[in-house]
Design a protein around this ligand. Structure first.
Ligand SMILES: [Ca+2]
Ligand SMILES: [Ca+2]
Length: 284
């Protein structure tokens, strides 16, 4: 009788222990599931939040863009090269409306000057990562000389953008200037023309030559713009000028326009977006 009680007692203890073990195992599994889910969400947000957090134009209202084997001068918005979004931490894109001011959110940094100064024609500029279209309220994805840029800003000359640089450790600006491929290459004789000026606190950093949409029967490729930003910089001013011949046809664009912080340089000095056009063509 006594032996039976002990055996029953031991069975009861064993049951309790097994229950505890299974409860612990269950809790561990739940914890691992929650942590894995959070990690996936975090990685997804980190990789893809940037453009998705913008005010993006989705299809309707934009001239279709088409990936082709070899872009053609007379076909609007066809492209054979892509400059993808730079997802490195510490890269801050220039935006138009989707970012917070003055501190950038995941979309980018928006201008601090009045919206009425952003474009010399058309508008309003109420979407990010597009440029002006062939009509007062139409938009275009940014294609310059056969290259599609996932990120960027665009307007119609003469457009002025002023960005607040205070409170951040921006060390460099990078981008590609040129004319939207959407414009008829024969329009105004060259498919639009702009010169782009970049200045920091009134000091000129880069002034491009007049860039046209086409020249000598070919598309004009995007022009790489890159300059350092001083540590005490307060504001960046970008002017999309008329190229000296008026604003007709000037669908001016800046592809992949971004500010690079010291964090990017410290972690990844070898920028994946190279500084020569030849390398870009080879990379994408
Ligand atoms: Ca074309
Ligand atoms: Ca012009």
């Amino acid at each position: 009788m006594c032996s039976l009680k002990i055996e029953t007692y031991l069975q009861f203890i064993s049951f309790i222990n097994r229950t505890k073990i299974w409860r612990l195992i269950t809790l561990k599994i739940i914890n691992i599931f929650i942590l894995t889910t959070l990690l996936i969400i975090g990685l997804t947000f980190n990789l893809y939040a940037a453009k998705s957090d913008c005010t993006n134009l989705e299809g309707d209202g934009a001239v279709p863009i088409t990936k082709v084997g070899s872009e053609d001068l007379d076909t609007p918005n066809d492209y054979d090269e892509v400059v993808e979004e730079d997802t490195r931490d510490g890269v801050v894109y220039l935006a138009v409306v989707g970012g917070n001011q003055p501190t950038p959110n995941e979309c980018g940094l928006i201008p601090k000057n009045p919206a009425g100064e952003w474009t010399g024609w058309g508008g309003p500029l109420n979407f990010d990562n597009v440029t002006i279209g062939e009509g007062a309220t139409t938009r275009n994805h940014i294609v310059i000389g056969g290259t599609y840029f996932e990120r960027g800003i665009g307007a119609h000359s003469v457009g002025t953008f002023v960005y607040d640089l205070t409170g951040a450790d921006y060390v460099r600006f990078e981008g590609y200037a040129g004319m939207s491929d959407e414009k008829d290459p024969g329009g105004c004789g060259h498919g639009g023309s702009s010169h782009f000026t970049f200045s920091v606190d009134g000091s000129d950093k880069v002034t491009t030559e007049t860039l046209t949409g086409s020249a000598d029967g070919e598309n004009v490729e995007p022009f790489k713009v890159e300059f350092d930003i001083p540590g005490d910089a307060k504001e960046l001013t970008i002017v999309m000028g008329d190229g000296g011949d008026g604003l007709g046809c000037d669908h001016s664009s800046l592809g992949d326009a971004k500010l690079i912080t010291s964090a990017v340089v410290a972690v990844d000095p070898a920028n994946k977006v190279s500084t020569t056009w030849g390398s870009i063509k080879a990379s994408y």
